[in-house]
Write a protein that binds this ligand. Structure first.
Ligand code: ASP
Length: 583
């Protein structure tokens, strides 16, 4: 080995030892006739000293070292005169007797320090340098530790890790597929898995009983901070289980991770059905770190002459505690916020419950103070609070008020990153109506089983059929979802039919699964948790990019390796592909 120790392990217990260390020059400083160098590796930083009085030539060499040079030193462990107790190695230093430069380094394009001066673009271009920084490296170490704990837990629960193929055909998870042309089968394409959904179901039919895989999935959709075209799922499937068993096992997994990694003990996860989540929070992934539940107030405000409320399907409000002090300007900002095109509301009504007990609203013309007080009472408002009201069609208004609720929580600093509020959202609708394609879509995916008691409604009122599907939500972020599956060929055929597949299309795309159902398919169900998202929540980050070693940017590009990129004519010809020239 080129070293006897790492840069993170020597202490007073090692005084007097002759050691050899390797690492990168983090920084260097001169003090009188001495040069001090901080040498860094993955494990920590060790201080090196060079003294002109002892060896002027050696010290002169040390002064030549630049940032990020790779060096090897031999020397003696000595006690530091001025100790730094914040560092693991802060009580010792190495009195260097030999210095070898293993490699020089160009000046990095940004500071390799915890607080860097580099913007995201440059850091992604030089990601290998960014990964030298503690915060980014620590995120990946956290990711590693979580993966180990997940494997441990699932192994104890009798799950078997099985790899499934990457070159497959379309799995409908609601996004576009990435496709790969086949050279050996001209004009034909593989699709990359949006998830291993069909394979894990086949493994259940094979009798594997409990499967898991920490697996890459690929979805071609527009990117956001918490989305990447390739991402990692903790994908699981179980046989002979009911929904309740799955919720318990995976709640157990997440509690195991919180306990062992963060030392946080979580209570039982509350359960909320989809209908309640939408009614009380306007979202199927409610952030329940804070309250501010929706209160529907149609009967208190309609038929009083205010036409906006009168013609609305829903009038719904939240109570922003202690926000009566908001100035005119702040209220205007909130109105502008809900009117942003992404949110699309036409306006916002407020009632200010002043500390002196008087009530003042933006629609005073239509309501007496007593009527305002009745609203405040229904909202459980106290003097000092601010009531915010929105009105319109049910679905849209709920979505808009949900955005406003989150905005108020941001302004009030209620999104504490060290508070963790998990829950299960259950009983999702099986289907949703898609205006654009004018047909039903599976809300989860086409393999999700309807609730047995709703089965009869499949023919009569498909939209009111609930699915045996569930999502795990933490702090307003969907960290996973799954369902009990259809395991009967006829029910699966009916589902494809409802989704608008002709029997021929269904057979072409999923014939293998329908066939498998005829060979003794057991009842089964499963779940997939978003691993990147889970790690980012543990790391207290908003973006999943920082927990991925080599992520893509917002345009789906890897700017370091410059991908995607064009390929040469010869490759295209081999693949029987012609590129249409841009007009
Ligand atoms: N395949 C599903 C998904 O990726 C998860 C599941 O149903 O197990 O969302």
């Amino acid at each position: 080995m080129l070293r006897t120790h790492t840069c993170g392990e020597l202490s007073l217990a090692d005084l007097g030892k002759e050691v050899k260390l390797c690492g990168w020059v983090q920084k260097s400083r001169d003090l009188g006739g001495m040069t001090f160098i901080d040498m860094r590796d993955r494990f920590g930083i060790t201080q090196l000293t060079f003294n002109s009085d002892d060896d002027p030539a050696l010290r002169a060499n040390a002064r030549e070292l630049g940032r990020e040079y790779v060096i090897q030193v031999s020397g003696t462990v000595i006690e530091r005169a001025s100790k730094n107790l914040k560092m693991a190695t802060g009580e010792i230093e190495i009195k260097v007797s030999q210095l070898d430069v293993l490699n020089s380094a160009k000046l990095p394009p940004f500071l390799i320090e915890d607080e860097t001066d580099g913007g995201e673009d440059i850091r992604l271009k030089y990601r290998y340098l960014d990964l030298r920084r503690n915060p980014v490296r620590n995120n990946l170490i956290l990711r590693h530790t979580m993966a180990q704990e997940i494997r441990k837990y699932l192994d104890t629960e009798n799950f078997i890790e099985v790899e499934t193929p990457v070159l497959i055909k379309s799995t409908p998870e609601g996004a576009r597929d990435f496709v790969v042309p086949s050279r050996m089968n001209p004009g034909e394409f593989y699709a990359l898995p949006q998830s291993p959904q069909t394979f894990k179901q086949l493994l259940m039919i094979s009798g594997f009983d409990r499967y898991f895989q920490i697996v890459k999935c690929f979805r071609d959709e527009d990117l956001r901070a918490d989305r990447q075209p390739e991402f990692t799922q903790i994908d699981c499937e179980l046989t002979f289980v009911e929904q309740e068993d799955i919720l318990n096992i995976f709640e157990g997994l997440v509690r195991h991770l919180f306990k062992n990694i963060k030392g946080v003990i979580l209570n039982d996860f509350p359960r909320m059905n989809y209908a309640d989540a939408m009614r009380l929070y306007g979202s199927d992934k409610p952030d329940i770190r804070f309250d501010m539940k929706f209160v529907e107030i149609n009967e208190l405000v309609q038929k009083k002459g205010f036409s906006v409320f009168d013609k609305a399907e829903l009038v719904v409000a939240i109570n922003a505690q202690d926000c009566a002090v908001y100035t005119r300007k702040q209220l205007d900002e909130l109105t502008d916020f809900v009117k942003k095109p992404q949110i699309g509301a036409t306006g916002l009504v407020y009632i200010r419950y002043n500390v002196d007990g008087t009530l003042k609203s933006s629609v005073d013309k239509f309501y007496t103070e007593d009527q305002l007080k009745a609203i405040a009472d229904k909202m459980d408002s106290k003097p000092g609070d601010l009531i915010l009201i929105m009105a319109g069609s049910v679905d849209k208004t709920r979505k808009q008020l949900s955005e406003l609720r989150l905005e108020i929580a941001d302004r009030k600093g209620l999104k504490n990153k060290e508070t963790f509020a998990p829950l299960w959202v259950t009983d999702f609708p099986l289907l949703e109506w898609d205006e654009e394609s004018n047909r039903y879509h599976a809300m989860h995916h086409p393999f999700t089983a309807p609730k047995p008691e709703d089965m009869a409604k499949l023919d009569t009122e498909p939209l009111s059929v609930r699915a045996n599907a569930y999502d795990m939500v933490i702090n307003g972020s969907e960290v996973g979802g799954g369902s009990i599956r259809i395991f009967n060929q006829d029910v699966q055929a009916k589902m494809f039919d409802l989704l608008g597949f002709t029997p021929e299309e269904a057979k072409k795309q999923f014939g293998f699964l329908m066939d498998a159902f005829t060979y003794g398919a057991p009842p089964h169900g499963g779940i997939a948790l978003g691993f990147d998202r889970l790690v980012s929540i543990f790391a207290g980050l908003d973006s999943i990019r920082d927990v991925i070693a080599f992520p893509k940017n917002n345009a789906g590009r890897d700017v370091m390796i410059d991908s995607p990129s064009s390929i040469d004519e010869k490759q295209l010809t081999e693949l029987s592909i012609q590129i249409k020239k841009k007009d």
